[in-house]
Design a protein around this ligand. Structure first.
Ligand code: FE2
Ligand code: FE2
Length: 214
């Protein structure tokens, strides 16, 4: 896809995750969203091909999960833990903005910002426990003793699933209403990306990694 011929607002809608790339390069994809990516790069003296490479990276389906435990854990941290940490703040900020600007509309996703913040807080606590305690123990070859910590992590995953269902309800399954602005559409695309990534992340842990220790 030739991204340079699309506006940054269009890219933010069709490529979930692009908003995090734009935010990092301080490219305004909402108020100035109708600017072409190529024009914006030229005006700001940004490296267009480097930004396009980052955006195309978001489109790739990704490598298959590694078979070896230490590699699988490294993959989970790089591809999911770090990506959630990077993407949640931008989505929360968009939710707060949409809720404040469109509060008079009946289809405004009231409470979405609070829900996302709670989800991010819970997730950060959970990921920290995995990174600091559980994953190192797995890499060090500990076995049956991990059953209880793993059960606790799986309970957290169940609670995350409930919050994801609530997020899908609030956003009408990530379908923006008629006449939604660019930020609103980018918000739902971002929520949909979070949902897809979080589900893939939990799948790798529950169904692949954790099973090796149960
Ligand atoms: Fe995790
Ligand atoms: Fe987890």
């Amino acid at each position: 896809m030739a991204l340079q011929h699309l506006s940054v607002g269009e890219i933010a809608v069709i490529l979930p995750g692009a908003t995090a790339v734009f935010r990092r390069h301080k490219i305004d994809f909402c108020c100035q969203g109708d600017v072409l990516l190529s024009s914006e790069a030229e005006r700001r003296g940004l490296d267009l091909s480097a930004i396009e490479a980052e955006l195309h990276g978001l489109e790739s389906p990704g490598e298959p999960a590694p078979a070896e435990t230490a590699e699988l854990i490294a993959h989970i941290i790089e591809r999911y833990h770090k990506v959630h940490r990077r993407e949640f703040p931008a989505v929360i900020e968009m939710a707060r903005r949409v809720e404040s600007v469109h509060q008079a509309r009946s289809d405004c996703p009231r409470g979405l910002g609070d829900l996302l913040s709670r989800m991010f807080e819970d997730l950060e606590d959970h990921q920290h426990k995995e990174e600091a305690v559980l994953f190192p123990a797995m890499i060090n070859g500990m076995g049956p003793v991990l059953r209880h910590p793993i059960a606790r992590m799986m309970q957290d995953h169940v609670e995350l699933g409930e919050l994801l269902a609530f997020m899908a309800d609030l956003t009408d399954d990530f379908v923006p209403p008629e006449g939604a602005c660019g930020t609103w559409r980018a918000l739902y695309a971002g929520c949909s990306k979070l949902d897809a990534d979080l589900r893939e992340h939990v799948h790798l842990e529950n169904n692949i990694l954790f099973r090796r220790f149960l």
